[in-house]
Design a protein around this ligand. Structure first.
Ligand code: UD1
Length: 419
């Protein structure tokens, strides 16, 4: 099994370019089932994306991945379509459940494996199914599978989500594309990745309008002309490297291929802590922080501070002066990095949904275990600032979502290698 070995306390210099967003690419790939021919640019070459491509191939689409250019071309003109997403593909990547909405729209039926829980929480799909039922789908759960059907097509409805869900909003958008009449979705997630999906669906012919947390979709026809789309940058990867450089930058550190306007809340939070950020149109400059201040923060749906940056922020706060608190309000079990960080010397206590971090503390290298994607990268950050050597086990989690992690860091003079 592969491990990462990091020799900490090395300054980093130069620049990092941010890859395309994994969480934007996944629903756009699921949406490509709707089109005849699409070309998607700036896709990150990470495991979750490969799994979604395997799923599209399994369904019967033709995919051509041009790795050198981070482009995928997908055509859907097969007569032999399998409206099935099997357990083996959905269990490793929950976003597989997003093909449900597209399959229902295009083929009026779908059989999709229930994704089950995962390390960070139970993660049910009840909100996805709630929306699909409101649109007229007949849903049955049997043998671990969701059987969905809409023999006469779906019909528009007014749907108010009882709580905000990224995936449920995406599945509802995909299902509402051709639904008769008009659909209004209230209390939607409005993450930048959802806005990117809407942009893509509009190119496919969807009549969609977003206002606040409401999205209206009028019955639309799928265009059969070729659709080209460039995926937005990965704001979580950006946040991760902003934190790394604020702790380790030798001089001015540049992070480019981004749009800082999209990460206003992250920039505000980091500035409050004392991180020095110079903001330009499509890049930012980070300076090494001299004195970091404590902060109290709660993770929230966008435009709030993202749960996907909670673990990385915690590493930064181990270096801040005073007691910080992070309340995790999205997932019930997302503090699994805490025992590992403690083994590296961090002083962190957990009370219910809140982590209490005492800083600043010197971290020292240790052998640690990655438990999920974002927890894993927080251990990489901790290893980079810790004294001596850190060995991270189970790094397959990292490969699910960070494109060229070691290469990007090595290019900036960090000492990190995979063994
Ligand atoms: C997406 C992101 C993930 C991010 C999360 C929250 C992708 C591929 N993944 O995950 O990286 O951490 O948003 O920003 O984009 N919930 C229910 N019932 C449902 C659906 C969700 O109770 O049917 C709950 C979840 O358990 C969780 C909360 O709602 O507590 C938010 O989850 P959701 O926004 O749906 O996350 P995902 O779409 O799975």
């Amino acid at each position: 099994m592969q491990k990462l070995v990091i020799k900490g306390r090395k300054e980093i210099s130069g620049k990092i370019s941010i890859s395309g967003s994994k969480n934007a690419t996944l629903p756009i790939l699921a949406a490509s089932i709707l089109g005849d021919h699409v070309r998607i640019k700036n896709i990150p070459l990470v495991k979750d994306i490969f799994t979604m491509i395997d799923l599209l191939n399994f369904i019967g689409l033709k995919t051509k991945l041009i790795k050198k250019e981070n482009i995928i071309e997908i055509s859907n003109n097969s007569k032999n379509i399998n409206t099935l997403a099997p357990y083996k593909l959905v269990k490793t990547m929950r976003a597989g459940v997003l093909v449900l909405g597209s399959l229902l729209t295009k083929y009026k039926k779908a059989k999709v494996s229930l994704p089950g829980g995962c390390a960070i929480g139970t993660r049910p799909v009840d909100l996805h199914l709630f929306a699909l039922k409101k649109l007229g789908a007949k849903i049955k759960i049997k043998d671990g599978y969701i059987f969905a059907q809409a023999k006469n097509g779906l019909r528009g409805a007014k749907i108010s989500f009882p709580s905000i869900s990224v995936g449920a909003t995406e599945n509802a958008l995909l299902a509402a594309f051709k639904a008769k009449g008009k659909t209004i979705l209230n209390n939607c997630a409005v993450e930048p990745e959802i806005k990117d999906l809407i942009k893509f669906l509009k190119k496919l012919g969807a009549k969609i309008h977003l206002k606040g947390r409401s999205i209206s979709i009028s019955e639309s026809k799928i265009k059969n002309s070729k659709v080209v789309h460039q995926v937005i940058f990965d704001r979580i990867e950006l946040g991760t490297y902003m934190i790394a450089s604020s702790l380790l930058a030798k001089n001015n550190f540049m992070i480019d291929k981004i749009d800082p306007a999209i990460i206003r809340s992250e920039i505000n939070v980091l500035r409050k802590i004392g991180v020095k950020i110079i903001q330009k149109k499509n890049y930012i400059i980070i300076k090494k922080s001299k004195r970091l201040k404590n902060i109290n923060i709660t993770t929230k749906p966008y435009p709030g501070f993202p749960t996907d940056l909670q673990a990385q922020l915690m590493v930064l706060l181990t270096q801040a002066n005073g007691i910080s608190k992070i309340k995790e309000d999205i997932f019930e079990n997302r503090f699994m990095h805490v025992p590992e960080l403690r083994r590296m010397g961090a002083q962190i206590e957990i009370k219910d949904k809140t982590a209490i971090i005492k800083g600043p503390t010197k971290l020292t290298g240790a052998e640690v275990m990655a438990t999920d994607l974002r927890a894993s990268v927080s251990l990489v950050l901790a290893g980079l600032i810790a004294e001596n050597r850190t060995v991270i086990n189970r790094i397959y989690h990292l490969d699910r979502g960070y494109e060229f992690l070691e290469k990007k860091l090595k290019n900036c003079k960090a000492e990190i290698k995979r063994i």
